[in-house]
Design a protein around this ligand. Sequence first.
Ligand SMILES: NC(=O)c1ccc[n+]([C@@H]2O[C@H](COP(=O)([O-])OP(=O)(O)OC[C@H]3O[C@@H](n4cnc5c(N)ncnc54)[C@H](O)[C@@H]3O)[C@@H](O)[C@H]2O)c1
Length: 290
Amino acid sequence: MQTESEGHTSDGPPIAIVGAGVMGVGIATLALVRGLAVVLVDIDNTRLDNARARIATELRMAQLMGRLADDTTVGALTTTTAVADLAAVAVAIEAATEDLAVKAKIFGELSAVVRPGTPLVSNTSSIPIDELAEYAQRPEDVVGTHFMNPPYLIGTVEVIRGARTGERTMAALERALGVLGQQPVVVGDTPGFVTSRVLHPMINGAARIVQQGTASAEDVDALMENCLGHRTGPLHTADLIGIDNLVDSLQVLYERTGDESCRPCELLLEKVRLGHHGRKAGRGFYEYTN
Ligand SMILES: NC(=O)c1ccc[n+]([C@@H]2O[C@H](COP(=O)([O-])OP(=O)(O)OC[C@H]3O[C@@H](n4cnc5c(N)ncnc54)[C@H](O)[C@@H]3O)[C@@H](O)[C@H]2O)c1
C-alpha cells in the first residue's frame, strides 16, 4: 500500500475506488478536491503509478477550473493492488472494465471484506445493478451510480436503484453524494439505465454515418454542436469516454435488448482493434497531443 498525501487526510474513513482508469481517476479527483481520503485499487502498480500522475494533472485542472479553492485541503491518496486493504472504508465504488465477469469477481471480493452496510457502488455504464448484486454477499448493499467524465466538473449523477437495493444503502449513498457535491437523479434498473441507453446508440449511429462516408467526424460533431446545441459532439464524446469502453457498453446493451442500434458498428470495432481508443490513447476520431 502506497500513500501520497496531497494535504492531510480527512477525519472520516476513506472512499475506496476499484479501477484506476478514466473514471477511477476522475472520481478519485472529485473526492480528493472535496477533502476526502481515497484508496484507489487496480490490478498492478504500473497502472496505479499512471493513475497517480493523471490525478495530479486532474487536480491542477480542477484548480484552474475553480473547483479547488485555495484554502481547500486536498484529501490523501493511497493506492493498492489488494482489495483486502479496503476493510474499513466508508463507501466502495467499483469503476473497473465494463465486463460482467470482472465486476462479478470484484463484488464478491469487496462484499467479503467491507463491513456489512457499507454501500457497494458500481459505476457501470450499462450492466443492470441487480445482475451485479447477485455476486455480492449482501445484495441490499449494492447500488449504481453513473458518474460522467470528468466528475469534478459535472454536478449531477445518475443513481440506479436495483430491485434489491436497501433503504439504508440509498440513504448512505445520498449522504456520500452530498459530501461530494453531487445532485443525484434516481432511476430504475434496466440495461444502460437512462443516459447510456440514449447516448450510446446515438454515438454508434454517428460513427456509422462516418463509416458510410456521408460526413466526416468533424462535420458530424459541428452539426450536432452548432445546430442542435450539444455541448460536445457525439464523436468527441466517444473519444472522451474511451472507444473500447463504449464498444463494451454497446455490446452489453445489444446482448440484453437485441436492439440493432446498439450493435457496435464496424468503424468503432476497427478503432478498438487498432488501439485508437480515444483521448486516453492519444488517438480516436481525433488526435491528441497530451
Ligand atoms: N469512460 C467514461 O466516460 C465512463 C462514464 C461513465 C461510466 N463509465 C463506466 O465506468 C467503468 C470504468 O470505465 P473507464 O472508462 O474508467 O474504463 P478504463 O478502461 O479506462 O479503466 C478500467 C480500469 O479497471 C481496471 N481493472 C480491471 N480489472 C480490475 C480488477 N479486477 N480490479 C481492479 N481494477 C481492475 C483496469 O486495469 C483499468 O485501469 C466502466 O464500467 C464504464 O462503463 C465510464
